[in-house]
Write a protein that binds this ligand. Structure first.
Ligand code: CP
Ligand code: NVA
Length: 317
């Protein structure tokens, strides 16, 4: 099946088979890169990287993924372009679509990335918005596959701010791929009921279970604990309130012991605020897998670009 020409705005738009195909391609590109083999499927392609918010992993992944495949990435930071200051999203999209072959966007509004896709006429990739972070989920799922050999039937518990981009996108991805998914968070930080209901319709197809709870005992039996910062980018003013709400939900040795399994791993999209959502000792205990996950951002983002824009999927240099 071909994903050529498609944008990557939210996992809602992709079937389980398509998500699986992107993971397979990422695994293949990763294997090749380890053998010193890169490709040329983006040769002659110019790729705009728009960042309204800062980034380490996502920016570097798009840059390296693009260069590895022979393309040219152009970083456009928030103070570098007219977008958000003097020019509308619609006009910026129409300009960039005339010059670039693909556009990555990281920023605040999901509507912005959707409008870029609507008006640019080229594939647009969501590098994180307030609502979703879909490329991160591909890296998380590749890592889970590497660790457990499968996705279906794995039990994943997200602990923390249950209404942020990570919780939303993990819930969508899990419900599509047959991962049993729990959001463990105080009631004030639960996701929108409409999104939970939508994910339950996906879960019905895939055989997964979606749970939203404030009961710490929900970690029992988890294969993967997942956490994220308590204050996402743009919410820094909520720090005191979040610490008060989320302190009982810190991922620490006691919480890990409550899984009742020795094989449970920790994933974190990073960056991490140690001492808040995760203790230093637990972070370090699972550092190898967490940094595999960070590395996998590059292989999976490369796969998204190659699948949606590449001329010769998987062709060797
Ligand atoms: N996980 C992630 O998106 O990291 P960056 O903010 O560094 O891109
Ligand atoms: N929820 C975090 C994710 C960072 C990758 C944020 O939006 O800041």
């Amino acid at each position: 099946m071909s994903l050529k020409g498609r944008s990557f705005l939210t996992l809602k738009d992709f079937t389980p088979e398509e998500i699986g195909e992107l993971l397979d391609l990422a695994a293949d590109l990763k294997k090749k890169k380890k053998q010193g083999i890169t490709g040329n499927s983006l040769k002659g392609k110019n790729i705009a990287l728009i960042f309204e918010k800062p980034s380490t992993r996502t920016r570097c992944s798009f840059t390296i993924g693009c260069v590895d495949e022979g393309g040219h990435p152009e970083y456009l930071g928030r103070d570098d372009i007219q977008l958000g200051h003097k020019e509308s999203v619609k006009d910026t999209a129409r300009v960039l679509g005339r010059m670039f072959d693909g556009i990555e966007f990281r920023g605040f509004s999901q509507k912005t990335v959707e409008d870029l896709a609507l008006y640019s006429g080229v594939p647009v990739w969501n590098g994180l918005t307030d609502e979703y972070h879909p490329t991160q989920i591909l890296a998380d799922f590749l890592t889970i596959r590497e660790q457990f050999g499968t996705l279906a039937g794995i039990s994943l518990v997200f602990v923390g701010d249950g209404r942020n981009n990570m919780a939303n996108s993990l819930m969508i991805g899990s419900s599509k791929m047959g991962v049993h998914f729990t959001i463990l968070a105080p009631k004030q930080l639960w996701p929108k009921e409409s999104l939970v209901a939508l994910c339950r319709t996906y879960a019905k197809e895939s055989g997964s279970q979606i749970t939203v709870t404030d009961d710490i005992n929900a970690v029992s039996g988890a294969d993967v604990l997942y956490t994220d910062v308590w204050c996402s980018m743009g919410e820094e003013d909520k720090a005191a309130e979040r610490v008060a709400l989320l302190r009982p939900y810190q991922v620490n040795a006691e919480l890990f012991a409550s899984t009742g399994k020795d094989s449970t791993i920790l994933l974190h999209c990073l960056p991490a605020v140690k001492g808040n959502e995760v203790t230093e000792d637990i972070f370090e205990k699972y550092a190898d897998v967490i940094f595999d996950e960070a590395e996998n951002r590059m292989h999976t983002i490369k796969a998204v670009m190659v699948a949606t824009l590449g001329d010769t999927v998987g062709k060797e240099a």
